[in-house]
Write a protein that binds this ligand. Structure first.
Ligand code: FES
Ligand SMILES: [Fe+2]
Length: 330
């Protein structure tokens, strides 16, 4: 396959969802790929999570292909060297002594956090430690809300920034998603956070319902959107780059209980179906578009320049031309 390079931007740094907490049980080992690298993700017998670079420093085996959790270590499938969750050597079962070189070796470990029933890993191209905290969403632990996510996953060939730009691209809601009224929303920024409020009408089997959409983004990978109307719905939209032009989107829905029970079917199901319908409508645009470095915009396009200016802060090696283009957008 020829490599397509449709975007000048690298992968932005930030916290990204790499798995669901309930899908990584003690003893589980997974081979994963994010941020253009191969990793092993595992949970030890005591419940600690670790995400390390995949390749064993001994002779290069992939720890996620046949590696096993052994107590608090990951055991390599090739010669059984055991590596701790911090990436340092635990033991070499057949060696009389652990050589000094092995003691000095440390497999690169991604900072991880388990929160909101999700597992987040911090990515930074230079290996810097986290610049900000992972958000906690109260609805997840609120007994008035459901306990289990409804989960959906999408693999999309697109740069993460261009998918995120959708949220502030007002006009596409009408032409791609068939939204009846032109969306009027307010967007504000505070450091790595973006806040979004929109009055929104939703089409449901019972007709059009007046509602409100409240969005919170914490860095490039973590978005929480609350749909308020007849059936309150929380969507954690977690987008994680696999390569610079390939992402996985995880949609995790939670709904507010009515009379002590999570609603089944009806309007609640229709809201979730409509949001999924929207992303399926976006995907063909995203997968075939190219980044418009100097877009030609009109007065009702939405605050795209502001969006790009904040997004530029998530890059270390940022293409200067794009920064200038973003600043020049009216
Ligand atoms: S390659 Fe991992 S123990 Fe030899
Ligand atoms: Fe969209």
């Amino acid at each position: 396959m020829t490599e397509r390079k449709r975007y000048p931007m690298p992968i932005p740094f930030g916290w990204y969802v790499v798995d669901y907490a309930d899908e990584l049980k003690p003893g589980d080992v997974k081979s994963v790929r994010y941020f253009g690298e191969d990793q092993v993700l595992f949970r030890t017998d005591s419940g600690e999570i670790s995400m390390l670079d995949a390749y064993c420093p001994h002779l290069g085996a992939h720890l996620g292909h046949g590696g096993l959790v052994n107590g608090e270590c990951i055991e390599c499938p090739f010669h059984a060297w055991q590596w701790q969750t911090d990436g340092k050597i635990g033991s070499i079962p057949y060696a009389k002594n652990i050589p000094p070189k092995a003691k000095e070796t440390q497999i690169f470990k991604y900072p991880t956090v388990e929160r909101n029933n999700l597992i987040y890993a911090w990515y930074h191209p230079n290996g810097e430690q986290p610049h900000y905290e992972v958000e906690t969403y109260d609805e997840i632990v609120d007994p008035d809300w459901g306990d289990e996510f409804q989960k959906f996953e999408y693999h999309v060939d697109c740069h993460i920034q261009d998918m995120a730009e959708n949220a502030v691209d007002a006009a596409h809601f009408k032409y791609v998603h068939g939204v009846v009224t032109y969306p009027e929303f307010e967007v504000s920024y505070e450091d790595q956070k973006r806040f979004f409020v929109q009055a929104a009408n939703m089409e449901t089997p019972r007709g059009i319902v007046e509602g409100r959409i409240i969005g919170r983004s914490n860095g490039p990978g973590d978005n929480a959107t609350k749909f308020e109307g007849i059936c309150d719905t929380l969507l954690l939209g977690s987008t994680t780059p696999i390569e610079d032009e390939k992402c996985i989107i995880r949609f995790s829905f939670l709904q507010k209980k009515v009379d002590g029970k999570v609603p089944e079917g009806g309007v609640g199901a229709a809201i979730i179906a409509d949001i999924n319908k929207q992303v399926k409508e976006d995907i063909p645009i995203w997968e075939n578009k190219k980044f418009a470095l100097k877009p030609v915009l009109c007065d009702m396009d939405g605050p795209i320049a502001k969006f790009r200016r904040q997004y530029a802060t998530f890059y270390v090696d940022y293409d200067e031309a794009q920064r200038i283009a973003a600043l020049n957008l009216k």
